[in-house]
Design a protein around this ligand. Structure first.
Ligand SMILES: Cc1cc2nc3c(=O)[nH]c(=O)nc-3n(C[C@H](O)[C@H](O)[C@H](O)COP(=O)(O)O)c2cc1C
Length: 363
C-alpha cells in the first residue's frame, strides 16, 4: 500500500491516506462560535496542500460545552454558513472534509455555565464538582450532537467525527475514573459505551446511510483491550472509521517502548488496525512529523490512514513531502505545543506561507 492510494470510507472517496488531524485555532473563532474568514483560508490552504481528508477542529454542540469563549460551534443554524464556506473550500481543492463534534463535559470552561459530566467528579476549579447528568440530560445531549451533525450535513461536510478521546464528554462516559454511574450508562463496557453508541445511532438515523461517521476514540482506557471492546460497540452502532488517540487512564503493561519508528500513541492505532483490519478503516496519530514516518506506517500496512496534526500546522503542504518527496517546513516538536495564544513565536505555524519560512527549518 502507498500513501497515495485511494481509500473509500462509507461512500466518501479519499484521494490518499493522509488526513489532517483536528487542531483547534482558538485565535480564529469569534465569541459567537462562528467560523471566520481565517478559518476558511486556514482549511483551504491545507486542502490545497493535498490532504485526502481534512478533519475540521473540535466544534462545540452547545455553548456551555466549549473549552473557552473563542471556540467554534454548530449549536445553531446561524453557524451553518461559515461551515458551508469551509466545506466548499476543501471540496474545491479536492479534499473530503468532516468536522469534529465535541462537548467538553467536565473540561468545559467554568465561566460558560454549569459544568456537567457523567458523574459528580471534581472539575478544573478547586473544590467544585461537576453536575451529574440525569438520563434526561443524557438524551438531550445526544440530541444536541445529532442536531450538530444535521447542521454539518447541511453545511456540506461529508461526515462528522465524534470527539471520543482526550478526556472530553464521550471519553468521560467511557472512563471508569469519570463515570461512576450505576444505571445503564455506567458499569460494564457496553454501558460505558452506551452514550457514544446511542449518539452514533441517532446521527445515522438523522443523516442517512451514506453520511460518514468517524469516532476519534481513546485507544487505551485504561487498556487497549477494553478500548477495543468499546470501539466494537461504536462499530455495531454504525461508526465507519476509527481514528485512534489517547484517553484519560493509561494502565496497560503491554504498551512498552520497543524502539519502533513510531511512538506508543501511534501504537494504539496500530493495535486497533490489527483487530479491525478489513472491517473498519483505522488511523493513528501522534508524532508523525516526517514523511518517512508517515510512509512507514502506510507502506507496512500498519494502519489504513495517518492523521497529521502539527506537521499540517507547520506546513500546509506537508502531504506533498510524503507523496512526492517535496521539501517541507518541519515542526519544531516543542515540548508543549501551542493551544491558542501564547504559541512560541518561533513556531513555523505562525508563518503560513512557505516563502516566509524560518531559516534552517526547511527540510
Ligand atoms: C494546536 C493544537 C490543537 C489541537 N486541537 C485538537 C482538536 O480540536 N481535537 C482533537 O481531537 N485533538 C486536537 N489536538 C490534538 C491533535 O489532533 C493531535 O492528536 C496531536 O497534536 C498529536 O498529533 P501530532 O503529533 O501529529 O501533532 C490539537 C493539537 C494541537 C497541537
Amino acid at each position: 500500500m502507498r500513501a497515495g492510494d485511494k481509500i473509500t470510507i462509507n461512500r466518501t472517496v479519499l484521494k490518499n491516506r493522509l488526513t489532517m488531524a483536528p487542531t483547534v485555532k482558538f485565535d480564529m473563532a469569534s465569541a459567537d462560535g462562528k467560523a471566520t474568514d481565517e478559518h476558511v483560508e486556514h482549511y483551504r490552504e491545507r486542502a490545497e496542500g493535498g490532504y485526502g481528508l481534512i478533519c475540521v477542529e473540535a466544534t462545540a454542540v452547545t455553548p456551555g460545552g466549549r473549552f473557552g469563549k473563542n471556540h467554534m460551534g454548530l449549536w445553531e443554524d446561524g453557524q451553518i454558513p461559515g461551515h458551508e464556506r469551509i466545506a466548499k473550500a476543501c471540496h474545491d481543492a479536492g479534499a473530503a472534509v468532516i468536522i469534529q463534534l465535541n462537548h467538553a463535559g467536565l473540561n468545559s470552561a467554568p465561566d460558560l455555565g454549569e459544568v456537567i459530566a457523567p458523574s459528580a467528579v471534581p472539575t478544573r476549579r478547586e473544590g467544585v464538582f461537576a453536575k451529574e447528568m440525569t438520563v434526561n440530560d443524557i438524551r438531550n445531549m445526544q440530541e444536541r450532537f445529532a442536531d450538530g451533525a444535521v447542521r454539518a450535513k447541511k453545511a456540506g461536510y461529508d461526515g462528522v467525527q465524534l470527539h471520543g478521546c482526550h478526556s472530553y464528554l464521550i471519553n468521560q462516559f467511557m472512563s471508569k475514573k469519570t463515570n461512576l454511574r450505576t444505571d445503564e450508562y455506567g458499569g460494564n463496557v457496553e454501558n460505558r459505551a452506551r452514550f457514544g453508541s446511542e449518539t452514533i445511532r441517532l446521527i445515522r438515523e438523522r443523516c442517512g446511510e451514506d453520511f460518514l461517521i468517524s469516532v476519534r476514540i481513546a485507544g487505551v482506557e485504561p487498556d487497549v483491550a477494553t478500548a477495543i471492546e468499546v470501539a466494537e460497540e461504536y462499530v455495531k452502532a454504525g461508526c465507519d472509521y476509527l481514528q485512534v488517540s489517547t484517553g484519560i487512564e493509561w494502565d496497560d503493561p503491554t504498551l512498552k517502548d520497543e524502539g519502533k519508528p513510531y511512538n506508543l500513541i501511534c501504537e494504539l492505532g496500530v493495535r486497533f488496525h490489527e483487530h479491525f483490519k478489513g472491517r473498519v478503516p483505522v488511523s493513528c496519530v501522534n508524532g508523525i512529523l516526517t514523511p518517512e514516518a508517515a510512509r512507514f506506517l502506510i507502506e507496512n500496512e500498519l494502519v489504513d490512514t495517518v492523521d497529521l496534526g502539527r506537521a499540517a500546522l507547520a506546513d500546509p503542504a506537508f502531504c506533498r513531502a510524503v507523496l512526492e518527496g517535496a521539501s517541507y517546513v518541519k515542526c519544531f516538536d516543542c515540548p508543549r505545543c501551542q493551544y491558542g495564544p501564547g504559541m512560541p513565536h518561533k513556531c513555523p505555524a505562525e508563518l503560513s506561507k512557505k516563502s516566509s519560512i524560518l531559516p534552517g527549518n526547511h527540510v
